[in-house]
Write a new protein. Structure first.
Length: 387
């Protein structure tokens, strides 16, 4: 087994999940012959450093990110801090020759994402971006249906990522609502996954968009404590402004000729985490939703016209399912998708494969987001810069 030293920056929701995902790679992907060793975590919050050591078995937890990045035992870096730190961390890792697995959105702007992609390319280091929904076995199967031409010519795609995590006006004004800290709101947070899913499954990138965006809850209470993800955060009486988008919707043209609609919301009451993709072709249709991650629906060929969609439960024949469960219809989890992502990243690092969503994919999604912002401001179609 080849040992790979790992450093994790930011031990919140994603940092904790990266840590456990690395730990699961040897058991789920034994053929890689890789054994990640969790060397160090960096986080400014003492409770997170304590959790790193005691709950996640990370050997050392430090406050100083530079110390982690300079540690010669750290071969690869997970970048799981708030978005505003991504650029500097990624550039430092690239200059030190350390491959990195970075959470989406890669930077707070397309320009930052381009700097990150270019720095990784010139350093020749492998990258991975946290587009985890790609790895759902049902999504992998939809992609192969498209690639094999089973749906015929792809005519149009619907993709929506609507959630209610920010629906309460009394939810804390965390870093996610600051343009400086997070970038463009729900566009970078959720719609980036959609831009990636559409391109990954159809093989066509979003080429131009016309869009509308809005902030529905313009202020929120300031947080009084740290938390993990969206939870465990105490708030006070004082309120501050929400600076970035709660909602965005776009009509799009894909570069292979298909049409698409993309919508994202963080204030969609009733929808917990409804992330869905539906693909229509001349010979059939297929759809998947994260709320029912372990199934998909298909309508194929002339016979399918009689009865519409058929529901299929994911099983060992789909994507990486068999690595997690031996029999069909046994549900996989969100965490499993991250294990697949960790394995893809480490395989790319150690074996020179190209399995993980790359920094170029992260840049492409960022360019879609920025074209949406430009289009909404100018009320006109906007071209999406190629990565
Ligand atoms: N792929 C996905 O589905 C997904 C889901 C959630 C979040 N994310 C992304 O993951 C990243 C982190 O989000 P999260 O939900 O884990 O946030 P979080 O708030 O739970 O965690 C962020 C962590 O970073 C730490 N941090 C803050 N400043 C730091 C610094 N200077 N150095 C080191 N650590 C620092 C915080 O203390 C916290 O522990 C974001 O980029 C977010 O967009 C991706």
């Amino acid at each position: 087994m080849q040992e790979i030293g790992v450093g994790v920056v930011g031990l919140g929701w994603m940092g904790r999940l990266h840590a456990t995902s690395y730990q699961r790679v040897p058991s789920r992907f034994p053929e890689l012959g890789l054994r990640p060793r969790l060397i160090a975590a960096a986080d400014p919050v003492p409770a997170n450093r304590q959790a790193a050591r005691e709950q996640f078995g990370i050997e050392e937890a430090v406050e100083d990110i530079e110390k982690l990045l300079a540690d010669p035992r750290v071969d690869v870096v997970s970048i799981c801090s708030p978005n505003a730190l991504h650029r500097d961390l990624a550039l430092t890792a690239a200059h030190a020759g350390k491959p990195f697995w970075i959470e989406k959105p890669m930077g707070v702007s397309a320009a930052q994402s381009r700097e990150i992609r270019d720095a990784a390319a010139s350093a020749g280091v492998a990258t991975a971006v946290g587009f985890n929904y790609r790895h759902a076995p049902a999504v992998a199967h939809l992609r192969s249906l498209v690639a094999e031409g089973r749906l015929g010519r792809i005519t149009n795609v619907r993709c929506w990522l609507v959630a209610d995590y920010a629906s309460s006006p009394d939810g804390p004004l965390t870093w996610r609502y600051s343009r400086e800290q997070a970038g463009n709101g729900v566009i970078g947070d959720l719609l980036s996954h959609g831009a990636d899913l559409v391109a990954h499954v159809t093989g066509q990138r979003v080429a131009e968009v016309v869009a509308s965006t809005d902030v529905f809850l313009p202020e929120r209470p300031l947080p009084l404590s740290a938390g993990v993800g969206h939870s465990g955060i105490k708030v006070g009486e004082e309120r501050g402004p929400v600076e970035n988008e709660d909602w965005a919707a776009a009509l799009a043209h894909l570069d292979g000729g298909a049409h698409a609609t993309l919508e994202a919301s963080r204030v969609a009451r009733g929808h917990r985490s409804d992330y869905a993709l539906e693909i229509f072709g001349t010979e059939g249709s297929a759809r998947w939703s994260f709320t029912r991650m372990n199934e998909f629906e298909v309508q194929l060929g002339e016979g399918g016209l009689e009865h519409g969609y058929t529901t299929v439960l994911a099983g060992p024949g789909h994507g990486d399912f068999a690595r997690f469960q031996p029999g069909p219809g046994i549900p996989m989890s969100f965490d499993d998708l991250k294990t697949i992502e960790a394995a893809a990243f480490l395989s790319d690092v150690a074996h020179g494969t190209h399995r993980a969503p790359s920094a170029t994919d992260g840049l492409q999604a960022a360019e879609v987001g920025e074209a949406i912002v430009r289009s909404a401001a100018g009320r006109a179609w906007e071209a999406v810069a190629p990565a």
